[in-house]
Each structure stands twice: as structure tokens, then as C-alpha cells.
Design a protein around this ligand. Sequence first.
Ligand SMILES: Cc1cc2nc3c(=O)[nH]c(=O)nc-3n(C[C@H](O)[C@H](O)[C@H](O)COP(=O)(O)OP(=O)(O)OC[C@H]3O[C@@H](n4cnc5c(N)ncnc54)[C@H](O)[C@@H]3O)c2cc1C
Length: 220
Amino acid sequence: MFQTELLLREFVTHDVQRYILSKPDGYTFTPGQALELAIDEPEWRDQGRPFTLTNRVDDRVLELMIKSYDDHGGMTHRLATSSPGQKLRITEPFDSFNYEGPGWFIAGGAGITPFLAIIRDLADRGQLKGQKLIYSNKTHNDIIQQRELEAAFGENAHFVCTRENSPLCTHSGHVDDAFLREHVRDLSEAFYVCGPPAFTDQVKKTLADLGGNTQSMEFG
Ligand SMILES: Cc1cc2nc3c(=O)[nH]c(=O)nc-3n(C[C@H](O)[C@H](O)[C@H](O)COP(=O)(O)OP(=O)(O)OC[C@H]3O[C@@H](n4cnc5c(N)ncnc54)[C@H](O)[C@@H]3O)c2cc1C
């Protein structure tokens, strides 16, 4: 367990914030790894929750992007109102997504967060060329890091909005069977899927029917 401190908190969408934490001496991780974070206060210390590191491995601070669920006073709700200086605890990093080669990043909502460090690392190394993003949200206001993702993926970035027909979304509708069959051509590539359970199930099922291999996680 490592002690750390909140340095900065800022909104990236209406319900997702970027948290900048001090980096404990010697703390290292690989892109795609997650940690467990707890608020270092008596009633919260045993309420650790998993989150994915989004910063570059050489940064002097740690970054997390966290969606807060404000419906039942859970950990992310409490974290969302914490102030700089708040003491926190983090675990050693552990594997969540493993990058296994070029392909498709398919995310719904906060499900983009496990991919961010991997995408940034690949972009830095010039290895994102030709890789594809399908990112589904209710409206354009829910899209996390849209400009960065546009810059990283170029014309291979598909922003799907399920409840809005806006020029800021490249598609209106759902990432359903028809959408995937229309867009996904090469099934020998890797598929990385993360989003809410219904989204992840639907995408995994279609890709399995088509014969694709997926690595997936549910949340967001
Ligand atoms: C490996 C891994 C990495 C992750 N990385 C990230 C990340 O980088 N960023 C990110 O935002 N998330 C990430 N998550 C998801 C994140 O861990 C959860 O969103 C977080 O644990 C929620 O904590 P909580 O205490 O606020 O909510 P919890 O109490 O854990 O509840 C989570 C969900 O259940 C619902 N719920 C639970 N109890 C109630 C209740 N009584 N009433 C109503 N609704 C309820 C909540 O609305 C919410 O949908 C990751 C998950 C994993 C497994």
C-alpha cells in the first residue's frame, strides 16, 4: 500500500473528473494497468475501488479519470468532492487490459479509461497508425478526451451517440450487430472491449458470431 495525495481535480465531462495524484517514490506501472484507490479516512479506508492509470509511465504524477456515481453515496461520489491535499492510498498496480497487438478499441462511456494509457503510449511510439476506435456515448457531452482521441485515431475514430444526432458525433445510433458487421472487416485483428454490461455483452456476442477474438471488461 502506498500513501499519496490529491494535487488537482477537474471535470472532463459532467460526471467524469481527472484526478492528479502525487507519485510515490519508486512507483512504476505499464500502460493498461489499474490500481485500487481508497480515501485515507477511517470510514473510507476499506472502501478501495479499482481504477486505471491514464498517465504516461514517465510522468512525475499519476492521473486517473473517474466517473462518479452520485445515486447512492459510494466511493466515487465522496471522491468527487474531495479537495487538493486529500490523503489517499493506492495499491501496487495490477494488470487489467494487456495490449496484444493492433486492432479495435471499442468502448462505451467511462469504459474508454482503461484504454487511454495504452493509446497514449502507442501514439507516442508511432504505433497507432491504422488502429481503430469505436466509442459509444449517450451524447457528445459524455465523450471523454474527444479531441485527443480524434488526433490519435484520425479518420479511424468513430464517435457513436445513442441519444443525439449531432455533428460532433460521427454516427447516430447503437454499436449493434449491423454497425459492427458494416465496419469491422478484418477479424484477425485484436478487439479490446470495455463498457457497461449490456454494451459489452452485445459487442462480444456479435464479434464472437463473426469469429473475432475479444479481450473485454465491464463497467462505465
Ligand atoms: C480493473 C478496473 C478498472 C477500472 N478503471 C476505472 C477507471 O479508470 N475509471 C472509472 O471511472 N471507473 C473504472 N472502473 C470502474 C470503477 O471501479 C467503479 O465505477 C467504482 O468501483 C464505483 O465505485 P462506487 O463506490 O462509487 O460505486 P459502487 O458502490 O461500487 O457501485 C457501482 C455501480 O453500482 C450501482 N449501485 C451500487 N449500489 C447502489 C445503490 N445502493 N443504489 C443505486 N445504485 C447502486 C452504482 O450506480 C454503480 O453503477 C474500473 C473497474 C475495474 C474492475
